[in-house]
Design a protein around this ligand. Structure first.
Ligand code: ZN
Length: 291
């Protein structure tokens, strides 16, 4: 089975380095990611652009737009990119050059979408600061991927990352495709409802477990933990809108595949691990030469 990993990172972010070193045990480098992809049948990944200007600053209000995959000198050919948006820089005086740079980057063939870090940055997703971003998404027919749920930083604010906030946005912007990250965890039932109700909203299943084999074994064998996600997936009943993603380097690829295989009924594996990504990301479809 070919797999597309719809949510990975390859940015120079201190908390990702620390997680790789202390929790997941992965080799946080392009070569390390490629090795794990090859060993597990992952043919392409989508990297979420993000930068910090000083060690540990993420979420960094001073980062220039767009935020990219800056761990190494270039984006490797086994990844496509969702360009990260820093709304703090989309302010008067700055907005025009920032938006020009974002638009220029969107024209690159290896850009698959746009990533918003709701919660990390303190704006609701329907705030007017993001208006021009949705216009660009429409113009270039690119999906907007939105962080939802818990923030991997104590400086986030959860009211901005709650999945219900995307309901209003999805109605306002019916012509834009959205993907909720992490199924809004821990508000997975709310995310399931937003996906089920809105034809233009999908969700990825990344980042639900962070850590190494011990951690995965412990949680995968905890019925209540698995049922927390199963209930939402069963309630939504739209496996054609759920996408596999890992949030690597937060977890090893192999373990994450095993985790999602256990959550999703087998007859939907091809959809979740591969086909649905082609629907959300038209440029991934194009890159893979799928008609
Ligand atoms: Zn992520």
């Amino acid at each position: 089975m070919s797999i597309i990993d719809s949510h990975v990172h390859l940015s120079n972010i201190e908390s990702f380095r620390q997680t790789a070193e202390n929790l997941s045990g992965v080799d946080y480098s392009a070569a390390g990611l490629k090795r794990e992809f090859d060993q597990n049948g992952v043919i392409l990944g989508v990297g979420m652009g993000l930068t910090e200007q000083s060690k540990g600053a993420f979420p960094d209000a001073s980062s220039e737009n767009p935020m990219g995959l800056d761990l190494e000198s270039a984006v490797p050919d086994f990844l496509m990119e969702c360009v990260g948006i820093n709304p703090a820089q989309l302010v008067e005086g700055n907005a025009i050059p920032e938006l020009d740079r974002i638009e220029h980057r969107l024209k690159a063939e290896n850009v698959a979408g746009i990533k918003l870090y709701a919660g990390y940055y303190h704006h609701y997703v329907y705030d007017k600061v993001y208006g021009p971003i949705y216009e660009l998404a429409k113009q270039y027919k690119l999906p907007v991927v939105i962080h939802t749920g818990d923030t991997y930083s104590m400086n986030g604010l959860l009211k901005y990352s709650h999945p219900l906030t995307v309901d209003e946005l999805a109605l306002q912007q019916r012509d834009v495709t959205f993907m909720l990250c992490h199924l809004g965890d821990p508000w997975v039932m709310d995310a399931a409802e937003v996906v089920a109700k809105n034809p233009n909203v999908y969700a990825d299943l990344s980042g639900l477990v962070v850590g190494d084999r011990d951690k995965f074994d412990r949680f995968m064998n905890e019925q209540l933990f698995m049922d927390h996600f199963r209930r939402a997936l069963i309630y939504a009943d739209c496996y054609d809108k759920m996408l596999f993603g890992t949030d690597w380097p937060l977890a090893p690829i192999e373990l994450y595949i095993e985790f999602v295989r256990r959550l999703v009924p087998e007859r939907f594996h091809d959809a979740v691990f591969y086909q649905n990504a082609l629907q959300v990301f038209p440029r991934v479809k194009k890159r893979l030469g799928v008609l």
